[in-house]
Design a protein around this ligand. Sequence first.
Ligand code: AMP
Ligand code: MN
Ligand code: MN
Length: 342
Amino acid sequence: MTPATPDRAALHAFLERHQRFLLTTHVNPDGDAIGSEIAFAHWLLSCGKQVRVLNDSPTPAAFGWLANPLGIEVYDEALCESRFAEADALVVLDTGNKQRIGRLARHVELHAIAVAVVDHHVTHDGFGQVNVVEPALASTASLVFELVGEAGWTPDAHAAEALYVGLSTDTGNFRYSNADARAHRMAASLIELGVAPEVTTARVSASAPAGRLRFFGEVLAALEVLEGGRLVVLEASPEQFARHGLVGADTEGLVDMPRIIAGVEVVALISEVEAGKVKVSLRSAGRASIDQVCSRFGGGGHAHAAGVQMRGSRQNARDRILPELARVLAALGDAPAEGGRA
Ligand code: AMP
Ligand code: MN
Ligand code: MN
């Protein structure tokens, strides 16, 4: 099949040109990051290439099973150095922002390695020699799926499952506005390739320790309803993370929950995993665009799901983010919804 764009054609040529690949993704990887890496790795292996996958952050427990049997390595200075020395090309998936690959960024500069970016975020154009950045796609997994199709490769069962994880997690299990016809068509194709949605979804979601739900309960019990019912704010403190034995990745899914409240347009989760390290996650129910609120402070994402990492206290993060959200909500130009009760 002919590649759909010149950038995609350039990527196919890039993959043909190189032999030893290193794959990576953004810090604190999500299902799309891991799923895309695994599917991409299987594709390259099927082409007879050498492949290593190395990330700045550990793989969250929910996606650990996807890593087998290939293995996903976690950053260590010496290990990273040797992986860069061995490789002749780096493929960065699910981010086009060099800072977001964490400690690997410095090695990219030291090694002058050939880089290709495969991503679907709006905020960055990509820092590779080749950049396939398509914000119209629901997930990076969607892009990988279309690329392998263009190359005439049929994903094997494991790659199909990895792609399904990327697509289903980035669409909030097909509930977000990016769950369009193209996303559902891809899901249908993956099911035809053998994916069982109930099995794969359970592998991802039924992996939490009980403490995670207790933590969710605590944070949700303290939710604040602001801006006439249109904004919900959640906060999690370092003490709460520590007491329940959790890490940043354990908040996955939490920010989506307040959206069941009638009239909510935006949810903000302000989590301070360690003292002074605050992560803000924003979700929009579909009308408000919130990516610019994050990109203003150095983060990014999509119109309806975005995030930013901030230094300082939770109060400091609130003081910067909440007025911006109030402005975005005011610009919607209508009265707070009927159902918006605190
Ligand atoms: P999260 O709230 O972490 O689930 O992220 C929502 C979306 O925003 C995802 O598409 C992320 O890739 C993106 N995102 C989150 N944090 C950042 C950040 N610090 N910089 C850029 N994009 C981010
Ligand atoms: Mn991601
Ligand atoms: Mn993604």
